[in-house]
Write a protein that binds this ligand. Sequence first.
Ligand code: HEC
Length: 161
Amino acid sequence: MKDGEGLYTQRCAGCHGDFGEGLGRWPALSGRAGTLAGDRPVKTIGSYWPYASTLIDYVRRAQPFGDAQSLSNDEVYAVAAYLLFLNDIVDEDFELTKETFRKISMPNERGFHDDDRETTERAFWNPNPCMTDCKTDIKIIDRARILDVTPAARPRRQAID
Ligand code: HEC
């Protein structure tokens, strides 16, 4: 993890913030636990991600943004360990390896469940859904170019915290 801190500061903090809090509109990687059910949910490694393996794999394939796959495997493990530490998931001296990652249990792991709609919602389904020419009584009442769909002024950007 200690190796990860320097690397994170050099290669990641410029966008994601010193503590993973996210800078400007770059994504936050830590904190916001318990926000998912609230009005302003923020998905972070700690608040959302179910498995550490996803984090390791994603960083290995896709980060640092704009310079993907420039880290060695050891660097990926080190920086991922540091991100887990920033999310209070592992201790400061935790060493992330292909063996130790299996011991990690992520805070939101139980927030996911299998899609059960096929059994729970089956009763609502139409057994013979129409797939072609379904509506015959369509009347065109207006055209987009004369509808007032373009706002006159640029909308103000909504701030995200
Ligand atoms: C130039 C800015 C930049 C840098 C530097 C950068 N990232 Fe990112 N990072 C991004 C952006 C943008 C995304 C969102 C990408 C997307 O959704 O396709 C992202 C997404 C992520 C995510 C997923 C966040 C989520 O919950 O979806 C992780 C994890 C991550 N970065 C880790 C890292 C690590 C580790 C480093 C350093 C090795 C790093 N990033 C460096 C910009 C950056």
